[in-house]
Design a protein around this ligand. Structure first.
Ligand SMILES: [Ca+2]
Ligand SMILES: [Ca+2]
Ligand SMILES: [Ca+2]
Ligand SMILES: [Ca+2]
Length: 315
C-alpha cells in the first residue's frame, strides 16, 4: 500500500492492491450461527460458511501521540489530564473483535508490528505516550459470485389469494453482492408485491444481527391474484430472479399456479364479425368466448336462434 497524498487536514489518500490470498477463516459468532440455522430451516441450505469469512481487515498505522484533554489549555500533556491509552503494538484484527488474538485463540494468530522490538505483543502502557504507533483496522468485504435460492420449489395462488415467497441472493459466504450488482424479480402471470429487487451499493457492512444481515441478502414478496373476481381456471406462472453480476446474468426460476385472468382465457367467437351474429345477444351484450365456450357478454347463454346460426363456435 502506498500513501499518495496527504492534505492540510492530515487526510491521506491511498491505493490498495491485493495480491493472492484472501480473508482469514474465522469462527462464526452467535448471530452467524443463528443465520446458518435459519438458512438450513427455510432454504435447506446446509453450510458452514458465514459472513465474517469474507471480511478482510486492513491495518493502517502511523506515528503520533495519544489523544488527551488539554484541561489547562497550555498545549501540552500534563500529568493528571485525561488521555486515551492505546495499544502499543498495532495488529491485524483478523476476527474483528477489537482485541489481539495470539496462538491460543480459536481464530488465526494475528500479525503485529513489534514497536518496542521486545518479541512480544504489548497492549496499553498506562502512561501517556508522546510518540508511538497509532492504528486502526479498516474492514473490506471480499465477495464472490451469486448464489440464488428460494424457500420453496413451487407455489399455488388460490382464487383471490396470495402466496409468500422468500428468495436468497448472496455469495458463497452469505454476503451481499459487490457494488453495481442488481437483483430483479418478476413474474409472467399474476402480480408481485414486496421486496422484488435492488441495486447494490459500495459497502462493507454485514450483520450485525441475523435480521440485519438478512435484510441485505433476502427478498420477501408475495405473488397474488390480480383479478380476484374473475378467475375460473388456473394457469402456470414463472417467477424469474435475474441477477446482474460482474458483466453476466444469472437466473433462478420458480414455477407455480395462479388464477387465470380473463385476458388469458377469452378468445374471439368465430363468427364475431359476421353480420348474422350481430345483435344475437340483443341486450345481453355481444357474443364472447370464455374458456372455449360461447356466451353473451353478461354471462347469459346464447339463444337457440344464435346457435342455429352457427354463432356458438370459438376460434
Ligand atoms: Ca495541558
Ligand atoms: Ca500509552
Ligand atoms: Ca482480534
Ligand atoms: Ca512488543
Amino acid at each position: 500500500m502506498e500513501v499518495y497524498t496527504l492534505d492540510e487536514g492530515g487526510t491521506a489518500t491511498v491505493t490498495i492492491r491485493t495480491q493472492g490470498g484472501g480473508p482469514e477463516d474465522v469462527d462464526p459468532v452467535p448471530w452467524e450461527l443463528d443465520l446458518q440455522d435459519y438458512l438450513r430451516t427455510v432454504y435447506a441450505l446446509d453450510t458452514s460458511a458465514h459472513p465474517r469469512d469474507g471480511l478482510c481487515s486492513v491495518l493502517i498505522y502511523t506515528k503520533g501521540e495519544e489523544h488527551f484533554d488539554d484541561s489547562n489549555a497550555n498545549g501540552q500533556y500534563d500529568l493528571g489530564e485525561t488521555f486515551l491509552d492505546t495499544y502499543d503494538d498495532p495488529f491485524g484484527d483478523y476476527n474483528d473483535n477489537g482485541l489481539y488474538d495470539d496462538l491460543t485463540s480459536v481464530d488465526p494468530e494475528e500479525l503485529y508490528i513489534d514497536a518496542s522490538d521486545d518479541g512480544q505483543w504489548n497492549g496499553i502502557s498506562g502512561d501517556w505516550d508522546a510518540s508511538k504507533y497509532l492504528f486502526a483496522n479498516f474492514p473490506i468485504l471480499i465477495t464472490g459470485s451469486p448464489v440464488i435460492l428460494s424457500d420453496s420449489g413451487t407455489f399455488e395462488v388460490a382464487d383471490g389469494g396470495a402466496a409468500v415467497i422468500r428468495v436468497l441472493v448472496c455469495d458463497q459466504n452469505l454476503n451481499p453482492l459487490i457494488a453495481g450488482s442488481s437483483v430483479t424479480i418478476s413474474t409472467d402471470k399474476g402480480q408481485l408485491a414486496g421486496n422484488t429487487g435492488r441495486i447494490y451499493s459500495d459497502s462493507s457492512l454485514i450483520g450485525p444481527s441475523m435480521l440485519g444481515h438478512l435484510s441485505l441478502i433476502e427478498y420477501v414478496f408475495e405473488i397474488y391474484d390480480a383479478e380476484p373476481a374473475t378467475a375460473d381456471a388456473f394457469e402456470l406462472a414463472t417467477i424469474t430472479v435475474s441477477v446482474e453480476w460482474d458483466g453476466g446474468t444469472y437466473e433462478g426460476h420458480i414455477v407455480g399456479t395462479v388464477p387465470a385472468t380473463i385476458a388469458d382465457t377469452t378468445t374471439e367467437p368465430k363468427n364475431d364479425s359476421d353480420a348474422l351474429c350481430q345483435g344475437c345477444c340483443s341486450s345481453h351484450g355481444s357474443v364472447v368466448c370464455n374458456n372455449g365456450v360461447t356466451e353473451c357478454g353478461d354471462g347469459s347463454a346464447l339463444s337457440q336462434t344464435c346457435i342455429d346460426k352457427g354463432c356458438d363456435v370459438c376460434e
